[in-house]
Design a protein around this ligand. Sequence first.
Ligand SMILES: [Ca+2]
Length: 304
Amino acid sequence: MTRISAPSPEPRRPAAPRRQAHRGWRSGLRWLWLASGAVLLASSGAFAADPAAFQDCPECPEMVSIPAGSFLMGSPADEPDRYTHEGPPHRVAVAAFAAGRYPVTFAQWDACVAASACTHAARDEGWGRGDRPVIDVSWDDAQAYVAWLGRRTGQRYRLLSEAEYEYAARAGSTSPYPWGERASHDQANYGADSCCEGRAEGRDQWIHTAPVGRFPANAFGLHDMLGNVYEWVQDAWHDSFDGAPTDGSAWAERQDLRRRVLRGGSWGNVPQELRSANRLWFSADGRVSEVGFRVARSLSAAAR
Ligand SMILES: [Ca+2]
């Protein structure tokens, strides 16, 4: 078992899924989230989380509208356990967009394969399919999936940019983790304190992948932005944020386009790699059991 770890990851072998009950936008959980969102708005006022969720087709991922805003991307120099390539911190203005509420699941991936639009029969390592996040998919595979969603729906599906990912993962927070200063197995599915194995503790009952949505949503209503699986974003890898776009767009110039960025940490990672600012790269054709992806959708014709 090799290991994905910043800054130059290598993959490793992980695992599987189950069926998701709460899809569809009038589900009980949906209303529960609306209620909690209302409380959040009333209490903080800082994040007007757009309550509009939608699903463009029955087999499409459920999407959540993310409000426009600006944030400080990257980690401050005094953040414990940070990597230097998480800097310099810089302010980014992000336009409104929609993000998948969960990582793409095996059920959703398998629908693409059944439609012959995705050609790779992703392996689940025996952990199960259904509502577990798809793994064993490359950045190239993810591109095929979003292209299919685009054809299927007529909408502008794509991967999140790296800036959009961190903005959505932070959801207004500035601490190392969106829920505070320390990693917590009650908030996300990740691994042991030292490399390299899964750990089950507290709400985190999984050594490998967990079915999506088993941990609390963040302030934008998104699940599993940190932990469970690393997620491909659109950007090519850069060793620092010097010269990075400040408009939320993907950064695909200058460096090796076959090194693509991963965000979010996985079931097999140490707490350090669950931090909102953590980033690493992996080969665009790499397929491993720690890595999946989620989709984004542009909301305006002018959007990227
Ligand atoms: Ca775990």
